[in-house]
Design a binder for this molecule. Structure first.
Ligand SMILES: *Cc1c(COP(=O)(O)O)cnc(C)c1O
Length: 411
């Protein structure tokens, strides 16, 4: 028996000409030739630029926009983003190096993440990047390194808030967490930062990720500003930065729709006014990863076999979970759902029977589309996974099964 999964709204960000998807203005089969091999990820520069323009238009100019590099650390893409955003947020020494290579002013780079190594902290202090301190150990280490390197360490205190972004895909604040210092401990930590003579820049409060609910995001922003105002009274000097976190999500699954930016923009304008009175020196910032890059990317893989098993059609491709763990449903999903998938060189029409798109790995987890309504595909055709610009290649177990690596291209 064949049962089709619920249907996605067709992604509209990439044009279709003569039944072929166009990425970066290039027809997919030609782009595959230009890349030289499948599978590959392709990111569309014009879409990245347009997304930033759309955000700038919707949000108040007073709010700085940061790019969270971990969403997609491809150097050429980070280079492109560095010209569009106000800051780059990195989460490792490796990402810090990629960020600095773009030529962005080091003061506009900030390093976050639990368990920063001494080496990573030294790199950041030496570069003059801002470090989001997340424990008493990190506070003392920053002061020690600043002494050794003969400069001031620019620091923010990252707070584990006493609330979370409701309904967010991945919980990163509220309750007991390894991220930041608990809001209850923050006054003592702020006093320590002052006593050790660190260059205190401000607060970083991140409460969640992948939310499509504007009301939930606005509520979290309210609570973030309230918390920041409470903590500012304990700060060693006036806040120069208040990073409100991000959490803007993109639609992946059937029934999901795009986040409505308009109410968030109006709400942020009111918050900016409130903050201007209480924290006159503070630059408000939001940090976004997947919202900036996720919809601008596709993963492209080629059909290498077409099989029927007990009445079900399988398209076996040269790519799979080793390149795209998230699309296989094994990166933080509770119930596996299909990403939007299409046959990129035969965009018109849907086959009578649903198909499952699988990869070459010897495990049933290697599933890119489960019983999905797709165009008719033969060996050699190109399967496209949309919404793949964030948490794709770098978030996948590339070494598993020792198949060739995927390529990446920015067009
Ligand atoms: C991962 C992360 C982000 C980015 O999250 P997205 O869902 O990609 O927007 C932002 N801030 C921090 C602190 C993070 O760890």
């Amino acid at each position: 028996m064949n049962r089709s999964k619920p249907v996605h709204a067709a992604p509209t960000q990439f044009p279709v000409i003569d039944n072929c998807l166009q990425v970066g203005g290039i027809a997919l089969p030609l782009l595959a030739e230009r890349v030289g091999a499948t599978p590959f990820y392709a990111y569309d520069r014009a879409l990245l630029t347009a997304r930033l323009a759309q955000l700038r238009a919707a949000l108040p100019a007073a709010v700085a926009l940061h790019y969270s590099v971990k969403a997609n650390p491809m150097p050429a893409l980070v280079q492109h983003m560095a010209r569009l955003v106000d800051g780059l947020d990195v989460a490792s020494g490796g990402e810090l190096a990629v960020a600095l290579d773009t030529g962005i002013a080091p003061q506009r780079v900030s390093l976050a993440g639990p368990g920063k190594s001494v080496q990573e902290m030294r790199q950041a202090v030496a570069a003059g990047a801002c470090i989001n301190l997340e424990s008493e150990r990190e506070i003392r280490l920053a002061a020690q390194l600043a002494g050794e390197l003969g400069g001031a360490a620019r620091v923010c205190l990252r707070i584990n808030p006493d609330f979370e972004l409701k309904g967010s895909g991945m919980r990163m604040g509220g309750g007991a967490k390894q991220f930041g210092v608990d809001a209850e401990q923050a006054p003592a930590m702020l006093a320590l930062i002052g006593a050790l003579g660190l260059d205190f820049v401000g607060l970083h409060i991140f409460s969640g990720s992948q939310s499509l609910n504007a009301d939930a995001i606005m509520e979290a922003q309210n609570r973030t500003v309230e918390l920041a105002l409470r903590l500012a009274a304990h700060a060693p000097r006036a806040l120069r930065q208040l990073n409100l976190g991000g959490g803007f999500g993109i639609p992946y699954f059937p029934g999901e729709s795009a986040l409505d930016l308009a109410p968030i923009g109006a709400h942020l304008a009111r918050l900016c006014e409130q903050a201007r009175e209480a924290l006159p020196e503070a630059q408000l910032a939001i940090e976004l990863g997947r919202y900036l890059v996720g919809e601008a990317g596709v993963y492209v893989t080629r059909v290498i076999d077409r099989k029927l098993s007990r009445g079900q059609l399988f398209l076996v491709t040269d790519g799979g979970l080793h390149h795209h763990l998230a699309a296989s449903g094994n990166f933080g999903q509770v119930i596996r759902k299909n990403y939007p998938v299409a046959v990129g060189n035969r965009m018109a029409g849907v086959d009578s029977a649903p198909a499952s798109v699988v990869g070459p790995l010897c495990t049933p987890l290697d599933l890119l589309a489960d019983q999905m309504a797709l165009g008719h595909a033969e060996v050699g055709d190109l399967i496209v996974v949309f919404q793949s610009g964030a948490y794709g290649l770098s978030a996948s177990p590339a070494g598993f099964l020792s198949h060739p690596a995927a390529r990446e291209v920015l067009v």
